[in-house]
Write a protein that binds this ligand. Sequence first.
Ligand code: FPP
Length: 248
Amino acid sequence: MTKIDLKRLPVHIAIIMDGNGRWAKKRNLARIFGHQKGILTVRRIIKNCRKLGIKILTLYAFSQENWKRPNHEVTLLMDLLKEYLLTEMPELIKNNIRLHAIGDLKNLPKEVYQILIHTIQKTKDQDKMLLNLALSYGGRDEIIKAVRKISIDYKNKGHSPEEITEKVFSEYLTTRGIPDPDLLIRTSGEMRLSNFLLWQMAYTEIYVTKVLWPDFKKRDLDRALISYQKRERRFGLTSEQVKKGLTI
Ligand code: FPP
């Protein structure tokens, strides 16, 4: 296999961790076993990314639409998340990883929310890697909330709408201060964005693998990175312009 060029790594990787349910179904197990196994993959991939020197990893752990799943699955997922946060905190601290979260966090069960905020606080000065969990997250909802906030702010300050630039608008999103993802990995073969980071992924390179999330290993991450490094990111420019070093 081609080697990864460590000097050309994506700064920010986002992952849609799909296929836990199918992994369990294939083994005649309840879906929650797929999620449990999925957590092991989460731990493994965080470690792999940290070792490689990836600066930001955003994981789509729970979407706003996921609340509509059967109650028992939602409850079990929240229990898993709570357990994960409790057991992972020492690991995050040991590995100098800062935790951040985006989404409608107030919708999370109170206990999960409190542990999450506590872990974010505890790890706020760590700087080797940023682990960003998307929880109760919806891209359209994030944009609408940003529009509401920016309208109120601009009205109160008497600013003109013309002053709203893409850069200004980005500051109103929950990802403020975080560069857009360079690479999106989606497991289990589905070719869609599922309401994930809609604004932020305008120029993100997309890599889809058929591998189900619980089976996703270091070699699969390496494959995604190699595919990313083979691409020419043009951001709407021509290939010739990019070769001359022009950027947007
Ligand atoms: C998609 O699989 C996965 C989810 C909806 C949840 C992802 C959650 C985890 C990996 C565990 C919790 C994460 C953290 C960070 C603690 P699916 O259930 O939609 O699978 P299917 O499409 O095969 O049914």
